[in-house]
Design a protein around this ligand. Structure first.
Ligand code: KG4
Ligand code: ZN
Length: 338
């Protein structure tokens, strides 16, 4: 019997809805991005994001159902992002989902946004399954997680300060690339040489944790010194070198983690995994070490609802059901061992 999950995502500046069959087949995926709107302000304005979600959520869900060729009656579970994210933005998706669950009598399942990013891999790789190591790199997270099976996970490395996405967005802004910084820095780096500028790489003895604040400060120092001295920064070379440093640091800890856990399956998830420098670097390291590497297509790396429906399907199989008291968990934090 096929299981159809409806996914709803509103944790940041994308309102999204999708219908997924058996956690693997996308029947429809609708994403309404507010990025262009927020770019005028140089970043996401939380209050405006919530208001835009309110305006968009109904047409978004209608379109996802229509494009899937299904009706609400066909859906087995309504899965919604519960956190982490912007509280006002999360509440729009959660309140709407609760209403939908109440009127339709369908089960409600709250999904962790980070688990959803990882689950995006199930949508495109039929041979993807545990055990695997996941590198989660988004605007707010940088983690290496070991998943021996679909019920357990252990965080074996995480950032001690900035997330990789934050470190990228901040420097992209100072370089004048604007918002959203990641994709723009990615495009700039394609025209640059990765060894033009030297940046520090931070590693911790006996740990696979990350730290990107030193790298960010080093980059800011180079940019400030150049500005004061009237020098010119080659944005393409700077972007390529900066991204290369981040990618090499991430890849090195991932490969070491795979070796330590004796795991030859590695996946990437989250917005920064759309980055072409990171994808190429991880591919090179994985191939060299005989590790199978998975990552979603770019449109499933950044926020979408198909990943929420895919993660919701795994919870559905485990029997997870939420009450209508489900609340937003803006700082939903993952423990090292779950
Ligand atoms: O997963 P995501 O869409 O939202 C969060 O859950 O945070 O990730 C957003 C992050 C931002 O920092 C954005 O700049 C970054 O992902 N990003 C990229 C690229 N596309 C998105 N970073 C580097 N290269 C990209 N192509
Ligand atoms: Zn995300």
């Amino acid at each position: 019997m096929d299981v159809l999950t409806l996914g709803i995502e509103s944790s940041c500046d994308e309102t999204a809805c999708a219908v997924v069959q058996n956690g693997t087949r996308i029947l429809s995926s609708v994403i309404s991005s507010q990025a262009l709107f927020h770019s005028t302000f140089g970043g996401v304005v939380p209050e405006l994001a919530s208001r835009m979600h309110v305006e968009t959520i109904v047409p978004c869900v209608r379109e996802a159902l229509f494009c899937s060729g299904k009706t609400l009656a066909d859906i087995d579970a309504i899965c919604v992002t519960k956190g982490p994210g912007l509280v006002g933005a999360l509440l729009v998706g959660i309140s709407f989902s609760k209403g939908l669950a109440e009127v339709s009598g369908k089960p409600l399942i709250g999904v962790g946004h980070i688990d959803a990013h990882v689950a995006a891999n199930y949508l495109v790789h039929p041979d993807f399954k545990p055990p695997y190591i996941a590198l989660i790199v988004s605007g707010g997270h940088t983690e290496i997680v070991y998943t021996p099976d679909d019920t357990r996970k252990t965080i074996i490395g995480r950032t001690r300060d900035d997330a990789a996405g934050e470190a990228i967005d901040k420097i992209a802004r100072v370089l004048g690339l604007g918002y959203p910084g990641g994709p723009r820095m990615d495009a700039a780096a394609k025209l640059g040489k990765p060894n033009s500028y030297e940046f520090p790489r931070t590693f911790f003895q006996g740990s696979y944790d990350f730290s990107f604040s030193g790298l960010k400060t080093a980059a800011l120092n180079i940019l400030n010194q150049s500005k004061m001295g009237g020098g010119e920064i080659n944005v393409a070379d700077f972007s390529a070198s900066y991204l290369n440093t981040i990618a090499e640091t991430l890849a090195e800890n991932c490969i070491k983690s795979c070796k330590q856990m004796n795991c030859d399956r590695l996946c990437m998830a989250g917005g920064v995994s759309a980055n072409s420098v990171l994808r190429d670097t991880m591919r090179r390291h994985a191939d060299k070490n005989g590790i199978q590497l998975f990552y979603p297509p770019v449109e499933l790396c950044t926020d979408n609802a198909a990943m929420v429906a895919a993660a919701g399907y795994l919870s559905y199989l485990k029997g997870v059901r939420d009450e209508l008291s489900l609340n937003a968990e803006p700082s939903l934090r993952r423990e090292r061992q779950e």
